[in-house]
Design a protein around this ligand. Structure first.
Ligand SMILES: Cc1cc2nc3c(=O)[nH]c(=O)nc-3n(C[C@H](O)[C@H](O)[C@H](O)COP(=O)(O)OP(=O)(O)OC[C@H]3O[C@@H](n4cnc5c(N)ncnc54)[C@H](O)[C@@H]3O)c2cc1C
Length: 427
């Protein structure tokens, strides 16, 4: 299965999250048809808000203008203060500001994940999104293609398979090997309570100024993050704690306000106010993928959380997924990539461009969690050092424009050969 249009290869994408959908939409815009398979029978509303910065906007705009417009619409009216990303505060006290970070071109943007996913599915070409299809296994064909084996006992054959199946990726296990410990996510040493509350209630408790802007309250071994979502109608609440282990089989478990109060006993007044807003909290274990030796093999590759899931402390996951999608769209749609045999070269370029950058994001997100929980190895409990570190932590990630970073992607015919020069390796 899989249509071939101008290309002589067929493409399957496993997973219809933000990574898989942005990739499929971007490929479609560039004349490359793909089929997307997702395990879920339908999209469930998991009530999670995601924050973004300017690099995510630029990447999504370059992936597809229409998709970007949908996204911008959901973000309308987000922040009271222009270009303010987040204010980091002393969470052990009364929330006094330690530093405010500015992100020119976006400030703090956020969106409700499931609503954005649902919007994006409207841009998928007819009959290319297949729900209720959980990938069980992949077998290589003698011609170098792949047979996808789904849990409903059906199979499909494609020349190229791109795994966007999230942090617990089955494609990752197949790519890196089932015996390889790096195939499986690692507990980051933190978990987070999350909830969404009406902005009106949040303003009453926190004050308009605080509730309508992004804030991180830093504390000893714990922090809170709050920012408006859904055009400013809801406040996304996160309260994260460190933990030695995660002892539950499930990664998301129901919780209650009393438990959160107990966890944050002794923290400052602003954190107590924030915690009083939780109504129906869930606890999320924070896992990540700190090591990944390759993002591809043959014509099989991984993108998004399947490749580089990070802790949420730098709000980077979606932006990195969109940047992956952009680079893959540009490479796979390049006119020099026509036959199935050409694809491996494109995937090698994708790996060389994206793996070092995204693994640095995974590491910096982990470090940022430690810094904001006041246990960074070089910053500890010293607000001056914490401020100096935070002031430099985000800029490089926001200011690496995914396309400008790889200038060659502007010039399609010579894209792959010049990429070789840019990254200094032979592809
Ligand atoms: C607590 C928390 C907070 C976060 N906060 C932020 C934030 O503020 N900002 C930010 O940018 N990012 C944040 N992230 C990360 C962000 O959600 C992801 O990086 C982003 O959504 C990209 O995800 P994805 O599309 O790669 O994977 P997912 O969204 O996980 O999508 C994977 C898809 O694959 C499907 N699938 C899984 N297995 C199979 C299979 N075997 N067969 C077929 N389909 C399968 C799933 O059903 C799912 O639809 C956060 C993550 C967590 C856990």
């Amino acid at each position: 299965m899989g249509s071939v249009d101008q290309k002589q290869f067929s493409v399957a994408i496993i997973g219809a999250g933000l990574a898989g959908l942005s990739l499929a939409i971007g490929l479609h815009r560039r004349g490359v048809t793909s089929h997307v398979y997702d395990a879920a029978p339908k999209f469930l509303d998991i009530g999670a808000g995601l924050s973004f910065a300017v690099n995510s906007l630029k990447a999504l705009e370059a992936v597809d203008q229409e998709c970007y417009e949908l996204f911008k619409k959901r973000c309308e009216g987000m922040s009271l203060k222009k270009d303010v990303y987040m204010t980091f505060r002393d969470g052990m006290g009364d929330g006094e500001p330690v530093t405010t970070l500015y992100c020119k071109g976006s400030g703090q943007q956020a969106v409700h994940r499931t609503l954005l996913v649902k919007d994006m599915t409207k841009l998928m070409p007819e009959n290319t999104l297949h729900m209720g299809k959980k990938l069980r296994d992949i077998t290589k064909t003698p011609a170098g293609g792949y047979i996808l084996d789904f849990e409903d006992d059906t199979t499909e054959e494609f020349d190229v398979v791109l795994g966007a199946d999230g942090i617990k990726s089955r494609v990752r296990q197949i790519l890196l090997g089932e015996d390889n410990p790096d195939s499986y996510p690692k507990f980051s040493g933190e978990f987070a309570y999350r909830d969404l509350v009406p902005m009106e209630t949040a303003c009453e408790v926190l004050g308009e100024e605080f509730a309508r802007n992004g804030n991180v309250n830093m504390g000893l071994g714990g922090l809170t993050t709050s920012y408006p979502v859904e055009g400013g109608s809801m406040l996304n609440l996160v309260a994260a704690r460190d933990a030695e282990t995660w002892d539950h089989a499930e990664w998301v478990i129901p919780s209650d306000v009393a438990k959160i109060q107990e966890e944050f006993k002794g923290y400052g007044s602003k954190i107590q106010q924030l915690i009083s807003l939780f109504k129906d909290p869930k606890a999320f274990a924070l896992f990540h993928h700190p090591h990944t030796s390759t993002f591809y093999s043959g014509r099989l590759a991984i993108i998004g959380d399947a490749a580089h899931a990070a802790t949420p402390h730098q709000g980077a996951g979606c932006g990195q997924a969109f940047e992956d999608a952009l680079i893959l769209c540009e490479l796979l749609s390049d006119e020099s990539v026509r036959a199935p045999e050409d694809v491996q070269r494109a995937l090698a370029a994708y790996d060389a461009i994206r793996r070092p950058h995204t693994l640095r994001v995974v590491e910096t997100s982990r470090e940022n969690g430690a810094i904001c929980m006041m246990k960074g190895p070089t910053t500890g409990e010293d607000w001056g050092k914490i401020k100096a570190n935070l002031d430099k932590r985000f800029e490089w990630m926001w200011r690496v424009p995914p396309v400008a970073d790889v200038p060659i992607l502007h010039s399609s015919s010579t894209k792959l050969s010049l990429l070789t020069l840019v990254i200094g390796t032979t592809i």
